[in-house]
Design a protein around this ligand. Sequence first.
Ligand code: AMP
Length: 214
Amino acid sequence: MNLILLGPPGAGKGTQAKRLEDIYGIVQLSTGDMLRAEVGSGSDLGKQAKGIMESGGLVPDDLIINMISGRIDQDDCKNGFILDGFPRTVPQADALGAMLSDKGLKIDYVIAIEADSDAVVTRITGRYTCSSCGAGYHDEFQKPEQDGVCDKCGSTDFTRRADDNAETVRNRLAAYEEQTAPIIAYYGEKGTLKTVDGMADIDVVTAKLKELIG
Ligand code: AMP
């Protein structure tokens, strides 16, 4: 089973994708995570993407399409995958359709997680993760039980994404409205789109996704 999760930054795509990975035994493919790994490794792609990501813009379509095509070919995608953060432009959506049909694959569900922009700014600017196990926290909504200590692994080392500051978030939301939101209509016209309310509690959103996927 192959899914696309759509929605603005901070809608909860990553959080829900991780839960769906466990529930359905399929793999989360986050183009943002892949690009951050490229930036971290100092690869050519990482060097090209770094400044664009820091400003909140979108990395050129051809670079992204090549990256995701190679990733889908890997063994762990055999049972299926959840696209998180891709496609993000109409040309990416077109390229995905062509790429999957070449590979003899298809998308089973396209689900848009809806969230309002004021709420996503608060969600994004307050979020951070444990550097050791990746558990997610929030300054306001999800503090660790003991201040500064990860609930899951006990680490005291946490990180915030470089692009989770207020100014970059505004640019990321503008990029979403201009370039990504049109994809919702794109899949709507194809008749494959479903929506969930991303403002609901995390568990409620997961339950709704399970209901839609069946
Ligand atoms: P994300 O982790 O999905 O919020 O992505 C972080 C950043 O990576 C975005 O603000 C973009 O600069 C870049 N990025 C991630 N996915 C894509 C994509 N599909 N197309 C273009 N740029 C992307």
